[in-house]
Write a protein that binds this ligand. Sequence first.
Ligand SMILES: Nc1ncnc2c1ncn2[C@@H]1O[C@H](COP(=O)(O)OP(=O)(O)OP(=O)(O)O)[C@@H](O)[C@H]1O
Ligand SMILES: [Mg+2]
Length: 255
Amino acid sequence: MTPALALRDVRISRAEAPVVHGVSLDVAPASVTVLLGANGAGKTTLMDGIAGLVRCTSGTVSLDGRPIDKLSTYRRATAGLAYVEQARSVFRTLTVEQNLLVAQRDGADLDTAYRLFPELDKRRGLQAGHLSGGEQQMLVLGRALVSRPRTILIDEMSSGLAPVVVHRLMRAVADLVDLGIAVLLIEQFAHLALEIGERAYVLSKGRIAYDGPCAELRGDADRLHDFYFGATPQPAGAAVADHGPGSGPVESGGA
Ligand SMILES: Nc1ncnc2c1ncn2[C@@H]1O[C@H](COP(=O)(O)OP(=O)(O)OP(=O)(O)O)[C@@H](O)[C@H]1O
Ligand SMILES: [Mg+2]
């Protein structure tokens, strides 16, 4: 099966310094692929490169089997790629409906977004600035959805949100799969992402350190911890740090 998104030996630099060192990965159609890694590992840089916000120094990026790395950001979007950037926000003075209309493409049905998020349906006429943080994030996802993407890149949408809201958003991401959409998901609540994902990649210092089923990492907090913080000798029976990737957002740790 042709991957929805395929990267081959992608290298990206930031301010002349190499950050992503030859990454290859596949995102299967209608599935969630999880991209994990410590702060500064290069996750956002990789997504920026896929979306065309930064130039890849070498390698190829293909969408549904067609190379897109020579296309502008806009042309990548019209080819079916949506990007929910880290800390993306809504137009606060526009209503919920107007926010969706601005993002709508090819006559997309706004009801698709309202079905995914009944919370927004009830607030169509409300200025987006009056929504809660979680509802604003739903609107960000809804805006991506009405651009009629076949693949969505999502970079950490749970920052500052209560766990119950993060669960709600993860459910919505899983529902995108039922709409036939492929998702590449960066998420600081690694254990939640691994619950809805099929395949996982862990990026460490700009290189793929793990490529395999989410199920394999799901129950292995020690291994996940090592990917984030590096393997450290542990006394027998020692517990994983309280705020490690298995139990909540990963807040620190060098790449
Ligand atoms: N605009 C930029 N200019 C220069 N260097 C950058 C820029 N953006 C990121 N970097 C550097 O690139 C490296 C990777 O950063 P990136 O933001 O891609 O990591 P990340 O995995 O997304 O981290 P986080 O989990 O904190 O979001 C870091 O060393 C960072 O300092
Ligand atoms: Mg990032």
